[in-house]
Design a protein around this ligand. Structure first.
Ligand SMILES: Cc1cc2nc3c(=O)[nH]c(=O)nc-3n(C[C@H](O)[C@H](O)[C@H](O)COP(=O)(O)OP(=O)(O)OC[C@H]3O[C@@H](n4cnc5c(N)ncnc54)[C@H](O)[C@@H]3O)c2cc1C
Length: 429
């Protein structure tokens, strides 16, 4: 029986080593000793992968972001060998830690799209999950605020779309109703979305990790997929880790590689341009808001989205400690970097001053940035998530998840259910 070691993040005081027939869990207070033992266990376990992994494993998932982990938790079961491969030293090091943390309700997305359906279903699943777990969340509700008559017309269209998407509880508020619940917000009308909330995404990912592991799924960190070849009953996956390059075979290969998902599809031989799978990086910056201004709002406050629907507009984000920030902006970029440009402060201030009159320019400080893996090129129409088995491209059992931008965090449990059904059909059907 093949196995992976599962090194946890550096500096942790727990090390777990899974072996084919035993489980060791021990506590060590000395970081240097942890590092030494971890390196030893890691290389020992990876050596064993190479040594033992001669059978075809059942399911391999590339990427330990919130989506890959939710999928792992969904498809794992004691009679399946399930592996998650992640290039970083722990989970959630890319987009799944660089977002607004909003549990979206599903208003914005075209009717019938995967984005709409999986967002609405994911929103519901998350709140159910919170009842059974200790994951931090707050169902704050959100307002989409129109600052003039033209935007008020846009709000009507948005409300209709939200209702068609089966978003629950949406309600149009007059200026007076808005003033009553948010006296510090300026607007002529607003949509109230009561099912919007915020979540501790790290805790959510930890929950999925624990659930996947409880069903014997194994996660290999510092393990990068560098090649994919089609073989008779699945895929030969080439992997690079600190010990070098090796490969193994898997029956089902699930691409949850986020910003790297188009490259992974290309490795499997898919032509990105004819498939429409080429990703465009779209940076979103955040500025924190100081001066105790967080006490002046009770909910998440959004503008009416810009007509090009590239994003939902720079909005007020509150976290579970009630810290306030503004973002994310929208800027297509050629390469990935997370630097926030201080010169964008004016743009942030100008975007929100209409509906957040209490914000002063000097309240804003550069905070963090994330990168959206967008299928939509600049100037193009909105694109849906790609979630599909590539059987019609001659690659049955290769399941691509590409363009999982917002609302990917919200939709993660529903995406997992969707992928789980595809996997069941492949393995059992
Ligand atoms: C600015 C911003 C704001 C957002 N706000 C929200 C929000 O408020 N609400 C919401 O619902 N969604 C939001 N999103 C979207 C949400 O964050 C993403 O949809 C979600 O995190 C995507 O998760 P993922 O697992 O697909 O990708 P990731 O978190 O990027 O995980 C992919 C993983 O794959 C790994 N990987 C890649 N290539 C390889 C390889 N070759 N080998 C091994 N590992 C590999 C990467 O290291 C990474 O860890 C936002 C996104 C951005 C950028």
């Amino acid at each position: 029986m093949p196995f992976f070691g599962v090194p946890m993040s550096l500096g942790t005081d727990y090390i777990y080593c899974l072996t084919s027939n035993s489980f060791l869990g021990f506590k060590c207070p000395f970081n240097y000793l942890v590092g030494f033992i971890k390196d030893y266990i890691q290389s020992a376990c990876f050596y064993d992968i190479i040594k033992y992994m001669q059978d075809t494993v059942d399911i391999t998932i590339v990427g330990a972001g919130v989506v890959g982990l939710a999928v792992a938790a969904q498809v794992a079961s004691r009679n399946r060998q399930v592996y998650v491969l992640e290039r970083h030293e722990t989970f959630g090091r890319e987009t799944s830690s660089r977002h607004s943390g909003v549990i979206h309700s599903g208003i914005y997305y075209p009717e019938g799209s995967l984005k709409a359906k999986l967002c609405v279903a994911g929103n519901d699943s998350l709140y159910q999950l919170f009842q059974m777990s200790s994951i931090g969340y707050r169902r704050l509700g959100k307002l989409i605020v129109a600052t003039g008559d033209e935007e008020a017309v846009e709000l009507e269209i948005l409300l209709e779309r939200g209702n068609r998407n089966s978003v629950c509880g949406l309600r149009m508020l007059s200026r007076q109703e808005l003033k009553k619940i948010e006296p510090n917000i300026e607007g002529v009308a607003a949509i109230l979305s009561p099912s919007t909330g915020i979540v501790d995404s790290h805790a959510l990912m930890k929950y999925f990790v624990a659930r996947a592991k409880s069903q014997a799924a194994q996660i290999a960190y510092l393990t990068e997929v560098t090649g994919i070849g089609k073989v008779a009953d699945g895929y030969q996956v080439e992997v690079k880790d600190s010990d070098g390059v090796f490969s193994f075979a898997t029956r089902v290969l699930i691409n949850c590689a986020g910003l790297g998902s188009d490259k992974l599809a290309e490795m499997a031989g898919i032509d990105l341009d004819s498939a429409g799978y080429r990703l465009h990086y779209c940076k979103g910056e955040y500025f924190s808001v100081a001066g105790g201004k967080n006490r002046l709002v009770n909910r998440l406050i959004f503008p009416v989205p810009p007509p090009e629907v590239t994003g939902v507009g720079i909005h007020v984000v509150l976290d579970l400690d009630s810290r306030m920030r503004l973002g994310p902006s929208i800027q297509y970029v050629e390469s990935i970097d997370y630097v926030v440009n201080d010169e964008h402060k004016q743009l942030f201030y100008d975007s929100v001053k209409g509906f957040l009159p209490f914000i002063d320019y000097d309240d804003l400080e550069p905070e963090m940035a994330g990168i959206r893996p967008k299928l939509q090129a600049p100037g193009e129409d909105i694109r849906d998530f790609v979630i599909r088995d590539e059987g019609d491209k001659g690659l049955p059992g290769f399941i691509n998840l590409i363009g999982i931008e917002s609302p990917g965090l919200t939709a993660a449990p529903a995406i997992a259910g969707y992928v789980g059904a595809v996997v069941d059909e492949i393995l059992n059907g």
